[in-house]
Write a protein that binds this ligand. Structure first.
Ligand SMILES: [Zn+2]
Length: 120
């Protein structure tokens, strides 16, 4: 499974939330969680990027606790301007990871094609 595609699916998910068309079900509907969570959160591109498991170090914690403390509904979606701000922060963070993965893939391709001379 292509990690870039998975993260692009995450960007799309948060865009739907921002547009008010979707809600966040956490692990159950997070594209990378569905594939990588497996109780130990192993190999997820978000975890690799932050260096921490379970989305620590991402804006997800702020979104999660704001939803629990200020709204407390089962469905996590946009209820107030702060929700919108946090959802946008999460979407931007996912975009950042997509960019990071694309850059990494491009670098790897450059190395493989031999355009970079081998180091000492
Ligand atoms: Zn809110």
């Amino acid at each position: 499974m292509d990690k870039i595609k998975i993260m692009e699916a995450s960007v799309a998910k948060w865009n739907r939330i921002i547009e008010g068309k979707g809600s966040d079900g956490g692990v159950l509907d997070c594209p990378p969680c569905r594939i990588f969570y497996m109780l130990v959160c192993f190999g997820c591109p978000i975890a690799e990027y932050t260096g921490k498991k379970f989305c620590k170090g991402s804006p997800y914690g702020d979104w999660y606790w704001h939803q629990i403390e200020d709204h407390g509904y089962m469905r996590k979606k946009i209820y107030c301007p702060e929700c919108l701000r946090l959802a946008e922060a999460m979407r931007d963070f996912m975009v950042e990871i997509v960019e990071h993965l694309k850059k990494k893939r491009n670098d790897a391709q450059k190395t493989r094609s031999g355009s970079t001379p081998p180091g000492p």
